[in-house]
Design a protein around this ligand. Structure first.
Ligand SMILES: NC(=O)c1ccc[n+]([C@@H]2O[C@H](COP(=O)([O-])OP(=O)(O)OC[C@H]3O[C@@H](n4cnc5c(N)ncnc54)[C@H](O)[C@@H]3O)[C@@H](O)[C@H]2O)c1
Length: 250
């Protein structure tokens, strides 16, 4: 990744999957730009950026078109090689009551922030990826299987994975590759919003082929692979990094 510039979206704290990916990208020589959602996390993201060897830090709330446009307009004239989209949001009450109870507003919010944002970001980033590049987003098994309490977030991840395929098809001629990593459950701030998350972790540790939960560093190394020339033939795909849990029938 030497000489490559990557935008990493979704670092909130040191447990964020995006932070693990940022660490792996720096290890492999990339220069980073980090984006944060809101003022309340700015200071901690700036502290983490220092630990990453001085990555620049920028505001980008992906639920606001103006914020996306403002961030990418600061990059005019710079070549971009990669985007890490590690962002999702749903109302907490939609993750601990029956899916049937999901209201219109909560459904729209989850799909907007967690799936549509990839489309908006890809559209803004593509003109800057003049030598081609990679876009990687984060998904979960709940996109295609029913996972208790994952609810509307599963529907959002299904939309995200379909968006990956459509974007990969349209951006492929520009040599821009778009992929998702379907990560196994990892204890992060977002994961804690899911009711009974610890029982999902226990289940994976007990039953996954590798008999352990997913480590952020494993997800990060796969992201590096997908963003680097090593992944040059892979696009439109969902790569599972979940100790093999997704292969199980019962
Ligand atoms: N932790 C897991 O078990 C797990 C498993 C599979 C996939 N994922 C996915 O990984 C991604 C990262 O989640 P995480 O687990 O690292 O948790 P996290 O809470 O550290 O990261 C979520 C990020 O989304 C950002 N975000 C939310 N709304 C935003 C907005 N409007 N604009 C900009 N940023 C916004 C938050 O600021 C935060 O940085 C998410 O897409 C999540 O669904 C997580």
């Amino acid at each position: 990744m030497q000489g490559k510039t990557v935008v990493v979206m979704g670092v909130a704290n040191r447990w964020s999957i995006a932070y693990g990916i940022a660490q792996a990208l720096v290890r492999e020589g990339a220069s980073l730009m980090l984006t944060y959602q809101a003022e309340r996390v700015k200071k901690s993201v700036e502290d983490l950026a220092r630990d990453l060897g001085g990555a620049s830090v920028h505001w980008c709330d992906v639920s606001q078109d103006d914020s996306i446009a403002g961030f990418f307009s600061q990059l005019q004239g710079r070549a971009l090689d990669g985007i890490v989209h590690s962002i999702a949001f749903a109302n907490k009450e939609d993750l601990d009551r029956p899916f049937l109870a999901t209201g219109r507003a909560g459904f729209s919010l989850a799909l907007d922030v967690s799936a549509y944002s990839l489309v908006a970001v890809a559209r803004a980033a593509a003109p800057l990826m003049t030598s081609g590049g990679g876009i990687v987003t984060l998904s979960y098994l709940g996109a295609t299987r029913v996972v208790p309490n994952y609810n509307v977030m599963g529907v959002a991840k299904a939309a995200l994975e379909a968006s990956v395929r459509y974007l990969a098809s349209e951006l492929g001629p520009q040599q821009i590759r778009v992929n998702a990593i379907s990560a196994g459950p990892i204890k992060t701030a977002s994961a804690r919003a899911i009711k009974d998350f610890s029982s999902i972790l226990d289940q994976v540790a007990a039953r996954a082929p590798l008999r352990r939960v997913t480590d952020t560093a494993e997800v990060a190394d796969t992201a590096v692979f997908l963003l680097s020339p090593l992944g040059r033939g892979v696009t439109g795909d969902v790569v599972f990094v979940d100790s093999g849990y997704h292969i199980l029938g019962i």
